[in-house]
Design a protein around this ligand. Structure first.
Ligand code: SAH
Length: 216
């Protein structure tokens, strides 16, 4: 598949749709999304659609991946350009971890389903991303050994942001997570840690697979 032109059109659509951060657009243009989906779905891999990745889970649509990473990067000093250590909850097929590896110095990505953890490892191997660390476990507990994180991003939606994530976030860092709101629907929530408090902003409604506890 000559994916470059198709991917550039996807990036143009992301920009037209409001993604303004040049690092995010560059990262979305750099990672070959078609290498993360089943061969039967390759034709759809640059459409703005979520796709099944097995075990009842889905890879988010590109516009949502870009939006969340843009929110994660907001406030990052542009001098270095890169975010520091990032924790991703829900590795899935490994696509978002690959995108994060372009914009962050280190990526720790945790998955609770063994089958997807293995799949992500296979998908990511050819890319040889030395700054991506795949972990098998329950991401609701975060990953204390990698803390503190400059950013924490969840690819699954929970009822609330777990305290462990807040504890493992660096001051000045951000959490971007689909979370159940008071009105009972799922929305993107951004939390920022200041020296004194956690600031929370509730953004648009989203539809993510559920954040579940334990491993399987
Ligand atoms: N970022 C992924 C999207 C995966 S979908 C990608 O680019 O493909 C969300 C994933 O979160 C699923 O694989 C699901 O198994 C996982 N998940 C749900 N709850 C979790 C938890 N507590 N810890 C780790 N992973 C979890």
């Amino acid at each position: 598949m000559d994916s470059h032109a198709v991917r550039m059109r996807m990036v143009q659509r992301l920009a037209a749709g409001g993604i303004a951060n040049a690092s995010v657009l560059a990262a979305m243009g750099a990672v070959e999304r078609h290498r993360f989906v089943d061969s039967a779905l390759v034709n759809q891999s640059y459409e703005d659609t979520s796709l099944p990745i097995g075990l009842g889970q889905t890879i988010s649509k590109p516009s949502v991946v870009a939006r969340m990473i843009e929110l994660l990067l907001a406030g990052t000093p542009s001098a270095s350009g890169k975010l520091g250590r990032v924790l991703e909850i829900g590795t899935g097929c490994g696509y978002q971890a690959a995108v994060l590896s372009v914009v962050a110095t280190e990526v720790y990505s945790i998955e609770r389903l063994r089958g997807l953890h293995d799949k992500a490892r296979d998908n990511l191997r050819p890319f040889r991303l030395a700054n991506v660390h795949l972990l098998f476990g329950d991401g609701m507990a975060g990953f204390a050994k990698g803390a503190p994180y400059a950013g924490i991003i969840a690819a699954a939606g929970g009822e609330a942001v777990p305290q462990a994530w807040i504890d493992q976030l660096a001051v000045g860092g951000r959490i971007v997570a689909p979370t159940l709101t008071a009105s009972g629907h799922q929305a993107l929530v951004v939390m920022e840690k200041t020296p004194r408090e956690m600031k929370q902003t509730v953004l648009e409604a989203v539809h993510f697979v559920p954040l579940k506890s334990g491993i399987a």
